[in-house]
Design a protein around this ligand. Sequence first.
Ligand SMILES: C[S@@+](CC[C@H](N)C(=O)[O-])C[C@H]1O[C@@H](n2cnc3c(N)ncnc32)[C@H](O)[C@@H]1O
Length: 243
Amino acid sequence: MRHRLYHDLAHLWPVFSPPEEYAEDAGYFREALRQRLGPGRHSVLELGSGGGHTLSHLSADFDLTAVDLSPQMLALSARLNPGVAHHQGDMRRIRLGRTFRAALIHDAIDYMLTEADLRAAFATAQAHLEPSGVLLIAPDYFKETFAGPTVLHWIRPGADRSLTVIEYCHDPDPADTTIESIFFFIQQEGGELRVEQDRHITGLFPAATWLELMAEAGFTAERITHPGYEGGYGGHLLAATLL
Ligand SMILES: C[S@@+](CC[C@H](N)C(=O)[O-])C[C@H]1O[C@@H](n2cnc3c(N)ncnc32)[C@H](O)[C@@H]1O
């Protein structure tokens, strides 16, 4: 599925979800990495790095490499993170031919829709980690914590243009492993109002499935909970070490 937010509407990403709002999450990642790897400028790979907002808070501490499916998002991230190596690729398939001390998959992991997708993403992480490397994953929801249907909104005022985003998120079929979000992007500029729409299907799995599949991929995983965001999403961190 081609997401407009990461392609023709990618220029809205830094306005909709500004880098400074990632400082807190990046802090949890930094702490989890330091606890497991100790001090030092360790090499860290982010799969599904998007606009590089999370990375922008980690580049002072770690040597970073970014992978994303979308050229438009990679371009945004390269502008924000000039010292970071960027590669286009799918987290289920990419092989960079080198290893890292840690791999990070933030909210992009939500785009894994089936257990086969999760297995493939974990296999990619495993293929890029040194022995006893660390994998951090931050899904927005677990099956147990998805209350749905929910409506979230963000109002981003600006001097001459403003953006309002409305997200309607629901679970059309509780028997499968996906949920659906419909986004409305309401842009106001010079008295003109433009509304764009986008549809995202994302994965929804019980916490136990994540831990089981990570174990299957050779990791010992644990769940770390931290305060989430509005609407009950976010706040989950799975930290794993390669055996
Ligand atoms: C919510 S954005 C990530 C934002 C990011 N945390 C940031 O700091 O800006 C989700 C990203 O996942 C990427 N993505 C989705 N499916 C992917 C896949 N199979 N492999 C790699 N990237 C993927 C999208 O292109 C998008 O850039």
